[in-house]
Design a protein around this ligand. Structure first.
Ligand code: HPA
Length: 265
């Protein structure tokens, strides 16, 4: 389906139910390179996005483009291996499809992950950062969402749980504010310096609108960044997509353990 065509998340959920996919408790949106979480899903049933009527495909490397239903952490879950970005040409509405489908399938908790650049100078490649706040400079400066002042992302209870799970498993975590940049190109060093002064700790091209949409739909969302590179201008290394795979290899087990622990809690 082309980025421009319209379809309806509740019709997609109805189609999934007709396939025998029952209600779920939780959903996970897997960021670039983090698709291996799907190995943790028991009794998994899967559909490629292009096999689902009304669903669009994904064109980004490291995104499988498939939807899973099964059990993880003892709960019924949906997992989206692949998401849609504004920089691929999708409308904001279309990028929110996974969240809306998850809500229509009954998910209350939703874990939204991403590959991100580290703005915070204390962060290293491979760090997992719990998202405790959001910065959306475009929305603040140009008021793209009329609802922004009514919706607050306050995941304190998730952060507390994540720290307990991490302590039990011996995983180290960072915590900070995710800054949403629309892309498609990575930022300039000057933008990153500005974003650091603004309070951003990680930067990426997804997740913030999805978290806000999940809140709007009455869900209990939590965002997690995998720091795949130091943001522009911090190190001399040239930035490209291959770093995402390398960082994900380093931490995909910890990421999956953490998500499983959060779902189970
Ligand atoms: N900037 C924006 N998006 C990203 C980055 C980055 O440095 N790394 C991974 N996704």
């Amino acid at each position: 389906m082309s980025p421009q065509s319209q379809s309806d998340p509740s019709a997609i959920a109805a189609h999934l139910r007709r396939q025998g996919w029952g209600k779920v408790d939780a959903a996970v949106i897997l960021g670039s390179g983090l698709g291996d979480f799907t190995d943790r899903i028991h009794n998994a049933d899967t559909l490629k996005y292009d096999e689902i009527p009304g669903m669009h495909g994904t064109s980004v490397a490291g995104h499988e483009g498939a939807l899973y239903r099964g059990e993880a952490g003892g709960k019924a879950i949906l997992a989206f291996a692949g998401r849609f970005h504004r920089y691929e040409g999708y409308t904001l509405d279309q990028t929110l499809f996974p969240v809306r489908i998850a809500a229509a399938m009954g998910a209350r908790s939703i874990f939204i992950s991403n590959a991100a650049g580290g703005i915070n100078l204390r962060f290293s490649v491979g760090d997992l950062m719990l998202i405790d706040d959001l910065l959306n400079p475009g929305s603040v400066l140009f008021a793209t969402s009329s609802e922004r002042e009514f919706i607050r992302y306050k995941p304190d209870h998730w952060i507390e749980k994540a720290k307990k799970v991490a302590c039990r498993l011996g995983i180290t975590l960072q915590q900070g504010c995710y800054l949403y940049a629309q892309g498609p190109s990575y930022e300039t060093p000057a933008e990153i310096r500005a974003f650091r002064i603004m309070g951003g700790d990680s930067v990426g091209m997804s997740t913030a609108p999805e978290l806000i949409e999940a809140l709007r739909l009455g869900m209990d969302p939590f965002g997690i960044s995998l720091i795949t590179n130091k943001a522009a201008g911090i190190s001399k290394a040239k930035l490209d997509h291959s770093e995402i795979k390398e960082a994900a290899e380093m931490r995909k087990k910890d990421f999956a353990d953490l998500i499983e622990g959060l779902i189970a809690d």
